[in-house]
Every structure is written in structure tokens, then in C-alpha cells.
Design a protein around this ligand. Sequence first.
Ligand code: NAD
Length: 474
Amino acid sequence: MHIASRTQIFVGGAWQDPATTDSIDDVNPATEQVIATVPAGNAADIDAAVGAARTAATDWAATDPKQRAAILAAARDELKGRADEAAELIATELGAPIQLAQRLHVGLPLTVLDSFATLAGEFEFAEKIGNSVVRGEPVGVVGAITPWNYPLHQVVAKVAAALAAGCTVVLKPAEDTPLIAYLLAHVFQTAGLPDGVLNVVSGTGPVAGQALVEHPGIDMISFTGSTAVGQRIGAIAGGALKRVALELGGKSANVILPGADLAKAVKVGVGNAFLNGGQTCSAWTRMLVHASVYEQAVAMAGEAAAKYPTGDPFDAATRIGPLVADRQRTRVRHYIDIGAAEGARLITGGAQPPEGRDVGYFVRPTVFADVTPDMRIAQEEIFGPVLSIMRYRDEDDALEIANATEYGLAGGVWAADADTASAFAARMRAGQVDINGGAFNPVAPFGGFKSSGIGRELGRHGLAEFLQYQSQQF
Ligand code: NAD
């Protein structure tokens, strides 16, 4: 596809020349070629965008929620019309296999836009509690900072919820995947979003991101990314008493209890760990298996992993594309070396590049067995296709291992029946747990316990994140 460089930012409903003269290279991770450049916005660019968002805030907050719903529905239709273009862009700048890009990277944001269009029209923005009427008011101007791994979904999950709530937004998308955010800005512009309600400034984290977090005109920061950056943002926002919502990292456990359908649990578990090349915050990167069936599960996981060929994102046979960037490939290979040095048993994969893949940021889908809770590969987020299989003695042991990381984002539990799995899941310190392979629910709250974050996205809980409440007593 033809991909054009961008020289402008989207501020106040118009494409404007930025104050910055710096730019960021957008690299195709499959070819290592620069495909485009975008502006590396600076503090002055952020200031202009925040000014536009503040100017638009009062009118947008006062709109009838049904009007906001209509604009979100129009944006959904517009994105639907550009779905192929969006999927090709994501396959090119992220390296996601094209079918995954179509089905998940674009399919999910369409569903999420649809859900917020419905919700904006139905949400009870005021409720009676005793002698009070409690009114949900938009928080104000939101700074949204997003990562590259689901570059459209993570933007839409924030922007659609904030707009539904009546907030205006300044978005700073990830530097590795900025072009899809430009496409979304066009989508909202065409959908008739009033000027200044959504502003997009591309840029780096330390410059544009930090300027956004520190800007006094921002009422709330909604951030998705690494725990380290989230902690830093939380500290700055705390100092200024700004609202924050933080969606951070994970090290989620897939717990296979005795009596579960082992073959299915292992197959689905491997697929979950390798989804999007393992670059998924909620990936089940630890598989916990009872000692009695451990070797059986390890063999099944090795076989399942062989069905995940790496390759060109535009080849229909590819299930794992390149990782997003050279630094990410280096990081993941380093962790594979660490796992081997820690004494984990390599079942498949390894740190060397996949055969025939000298160009592109590819890594081998890797499975380790005999991983113990004290190992770094059992504790730290790797963010690549690396699965650690761990052994437990009994249910209490499994629970202790499942909960024994700093994270608490997601998980899976498999058992002979749903009640047993659900009772176990209730003791897990994690924000969302799939029971016997239950499907992802785009209107259920998504977010983490512990170091995986603060706040929730999606559905009515996600909308409420962008509200503050006024109680009027009668
Ligand atoms: P990252 O934290 O490096 O970057 C995320 C965003 O923050 C980018 O837009 C970046 O430019 C910006 N940023 C970086 N430094 C900043 C600063 N000092 N001030 C303000 N903004 C700054 O993370 P990443 O490498 O892009 O993404 C991977 C991480 O994101 C993983 O840890 C993953 O688990 C996490 N993640 C979490 C979720 C979730 O919903 N919980 C979803 C996706 C990704």
C-alpha cells in the first residue's frame, strides 16, 4: 500500500503545521525500512492541542448524549468503510499478520465504537439516591497516551469512552505506530466531531507525552503502557491532583486444574500466549499444570507451538509476524537467554533468529518447561512469544504461584466444571479471568489489580472512569 509521510498535527479540528521541526521515523518491522515520518510534537504543540480541547470542552460537555452517540456511530461506519486500509496499515507499521489485523486490530475497535455509541445513548448520567440527585459530569480535558501493541484498539477504548462521557481529548499515540492514529483522526473528522473535541499530536514519550502529563490544562490522564512509565505518570499526576487511569503490564497465569480438558486448555493457552506475537498485555504467559499431567502438557504445548509459523505479515499462512522494533527483539531474545541460564528447559524456540529470517525483527516462538516462581522469566513481563510452563502440587500451590507476581491483569482457569474454575478464579488477584476458555467480552470492565494498573476500560465502567459526580440534595 502507498503510505505517505505526515507533516501536520490535528488540532482544533484542522490539520496544522506543528511548532516542532523534529520528526519520528515509522519503521516497517518486517522489512526494517522507514515507511514514513511524522512530527515529533513538542511542548508548544501539546499546549496548542490542550488549548483547543479546553475551548471545545464546555460545549461538548453540554451536548445531548444522544448527539454524542450519533457521532460515535458515524465514526464506526466511517472506520468500517476504511477497515481494509486500517488493517493494512497495522500489518505494515506493527507487523501484525493481516488476518489478525482485520479480525482483531480493526474488528475490536469497531465493536468498541459500536458499544460506546449504544452506551452514550442509554447511560444514566443522573440517578436518584435518597434525597439526592447524583449527576455524572465529564471530568473535562483528557490526555490519552497509548502504546503500539494494539494501536487502534487502545486509542478507541479511551477516546470513544471519553467522548461518550462528554470529555474532550488530546491524544499522544505511540511513536512506533502513529499512522493509524492519523487515520482515526480523519475518521472522526469525517464523522462530524466538532472542532477541538479530539486532537492528535504525534511525538515521543519523554517530550510530547511528558508535556501532556504536566500540562495544567489537562484534568485527567488515561495511560496504557508499561508499569515503569505508568508509575512515573501517576507520581506527576498525583502531585498535581489530576485524575489518572493506568492500564499497565501483566504476567498472567493460565491455570489448568485437575479434571480439565487438558488438550483444549493447552492449545488455547498457547494461542493466547502467542497472540499478536506475545505483545499482548493480558497474555497468559505462565501456564500452570498439575504435576500428574505435567509432561503430557509440555509435549502438547511443544506441538501446538510448532503450528505458529513466523513470517511476512501479508502471507496468509503467517501466525506470528515480526516484533514491533529492534529494541523489542533484543529484549525478548535477552529474556530467552535468561530463561536458559536460569535452568528452564527449552522445549521449542530459542534466542537465535528463525530460519531464513535475517531481515525483520523476528523471534522464534519459544516454550520453556520446568520454570519455577523465583525465575525472572516467571516474574517479569517479556512481551514476546515466550511461554513458561510451571508445575504445581495442589490447588493451594497453584493459587500461590498464580498470585505470586507484582502483576494482576488477567488469567485463565480450566476445570472439569465452570463452578470449580470460577471458585478458583475468585481467589486470583487479577482483573479478568476466562473460565474454561470463555470469550473476551468487549463491554465487561478491563483493567488490572496490583501493578497492572488503576481504573477500568470498556463498557459502562470504562465510561464512568471519565465522570466525576455532583450530588444535589433536595
Ligand atoms: P511504554 O510505557 O514505553 O509507552 C507507552 C506510551 O507512553 C507511548 O505512547 C510512549 O510514548 C509514552 N511514554 C513513554 N514515556 C513517557 C513519559 N515519560 N511520559 C509520558 N508518556 C510516556 O510502553 P510500550 O512499550 O509502548 O508498551 C508496552 C507496555 O504496555 C507493556 O508493558 C504492556 O503490558 C503495556 N500494555 C498494557 C495494556 C493494558 O491494558 N493493561 C495494554 C497494552 C499494553
